[in-house]
Design a protein around this ligand. Structure first.
Ligand code: UD1
Ligand code: CA
Length: 463
């Protein structure tokens, strides 16, 4: 009795031939998540007792982490949507007597609100089988809902099997079904569609009506959310759908988008008010941008946190890093994974930073590589500084204390520590630790050959 009332089966075993791809259709990403992940997330919001994802034997299970309470079931041969549901049902607990909700893995935009409404209607009307339908502006490719003269649902006809008249019907099958336990045995009664050599789940509607179990079709929600992704054109449409939704949400929350048509921001990204985003900016999964930031053109930010007031200048790439308050990054900087940049830090042109901590108010303004490095506060890294962190086999750390000044064109050969308050003379190769408040240089002494050039020219004239 402890059993909850809903189980979800997500169909994802189809071959997806229309994608013309070696990757399973449902693993194609929309932004930075496989399309199947969207359906899974929506399903979980309904708090099902179990979720079963039906896959084919070639599915790469490593490409997706299943949430708790979800499991895979394998459909051995792709014999149609009804056969896929049967494979899913066999993975449900034998004792399960509740409602089985069927979702398609290739329909990622359905909102939980629409599903909840649908389930409510299904339960209220006490049908054994319910189908969620929508009115399509262009019904091409979808199964058409057939209703009798009284407007009651009679069945679903796939486009290939439809008469010309039926093809004009704009009410179509979304691919979402609710099936009560007592109707699950109808799956076995579905006959092979001889044209496609598949068992169509859609046939369960007319079978439920014929066997007097009762079926209902409910037209709910908006067309946009039912987009079934069968081709790469559909995939591009889904991207655009989510993009526009996000752009509207951000504008509503007080973000300025200079050109809303050219920013690509993942659904889960958060952006604070009074932040300005210029054209051609891509902000991907898990990123958080604070209030009052400026993100200039051609920037990509991936899974990173940017604190309030930071300025990210043109053509910079920030990956899995944290940028402090009012810091300035770029133009053309590359902040690689595992970097933490403090408050008020300035990172300038052509600076690459990897897995390093940069303390508050430090600066690396021009052409530098900083890898596996701890940098304190108020440090100045001169132009052309390189931390030599790799000896060909292992990575080593560089430690730079507070208030250190590294002269331009220096190489710091790790492991090495430059203690606080020290100075490194320009053009030095530092291989030994430098104690606090010292000066260290390592370069050959400058020689001067007086009048050398004049003498050379004279000897030239003689010839
Ligand atoms: C299906 C419906 C159609 C509906 C549309 C909604 C059928 C026969 N048709 O058509 O009425 O309007 O979805 O988007 O059900 N799958 C399997 N195993 C299989 C075949 C398919 O798991 O053997 C999975 C696919 O991975 C996909 C889903 O079932 O996620 C739907 O299959 P697909 O081939 O995309 O059906 P459509 O032609 O879109
Ligand atoms: Ca489909």
């Amino acid at each position: 009795m402890a059993e909850k009332k809903i189980a979800c089966i997500i169909l994802a075993a189809g071959l997806g031939t229309r994608m013309k791809s070696s990757i399973a259709k449902v693993l194609h990403p929309i932004y930075d998540r496989p399309m199947l992940d969207y359906a899974l997330e929506t399903a979980l919001l309904l708090k099902p007792s179990k979720t079963v994802v039906v896959i084919n034997k070639d599915f790469d299970t490593k490409a997706l982490t299943l949430p708790k309470g979800a499991a895979y079931a394998i459909q051995k041969q792709q014999r149609g949507t009804a056969d896929a549901v049967s494979a899913g049902v066999s993975a449900l607990a034998r004792s399960f007597r509740g409602t089985t909700l069927i979702l398609n893995g290739d329909t990622p935009l359905i909102t939980p609100g629409t599903l909840k409404k649908f389930i409510r209607l299904h339960k209220k009307n006490k049908n054994a089988v319910s189908v969620l339908s929508f009115t399509a502006y262009d019904p091409t490719g979808y199964g058409r809902i057939i209703r009798d003269n009284a407007g009651k649902a009679a069945g679903i006809t796939e486009e290939k099997d439809a008469t010309e008249e039926e093809r004009d019907i704009c009410e179509v099958n979304s691919g979402v079904y609710a099936i009560e336990h007592r109707a699950l045995n109808l799956l076995r009664k579905i006959k092979l569609n001889t044209r496609k050599k598949e068992f169509y789940l859609t046939d369960i509607v007319s079978l439920a009506i014929k066997s007097k179990l009762g079926a209902g079709v409910y037209c709910e929600g908006f067309e946009d959310e039912f987009l079934g992704i069968n081709s790469r054109l559909d995939l591009a449409r889904a991207y655009e759908e989510l993009r526009i939704k996000k752009v509207h949400e951000l504008i509503d929350k007080g973000v300025t988008l200079i050109d809303p048509a050219s920013v690509y921001i993942s659904p889960d990204v958060k952006v604070g008010s009074d932040t300005t985003i210029y054209p051609n900016v891509v902000i991907h999964g898990g990123s958080k941008i604070g209030k009052g930031c400026t993100i200039y053109p051609n920037v990509r930010i991936d899974n990173s946190t940017i604190a309030a007031g930071a300025i990210i200048k043109d053509a910079s790439l920030i990956e899995e890093s944290v940028i402090g308050k009012a810091a300035q990054i770029g133009p053309m900087a590359h902040i690689r994974p595992g970097t933490r940049i403090g408050k008020g830090v300035k990172i300038g042109n052509f600076v690459e930073i990897k897995k390093s901590n940069i303390g508050n108010n430090s600066k690396a303004g021009h052409m530098a590589y900083i890898g596996d490095t701890e940098i304190g506060r108020n440090v100045n890294i001169g132009a052309g500084t390189i931390t030599c962190n790799y000896d060909g086999a292992k990575k080593h750390k560089t430690i730079i204390g507070d208030n250190v000044f590294i002269g331009s064109d220096s190489q710091l050969v790790a492991p090495v520590t430059i203690d606080r308050g020290s100075y490194i003379g320009a053009g030095s190769t530092i291989t030994r630790d430098v104690p606090k408040e010292s000066l260290s240089t390592s370069r050959t002494k400058q020689k001067i050959y007086k009048d050398w050039a004049r003498n050379k020219n004279k000897s030239g004239k003689k010839k």
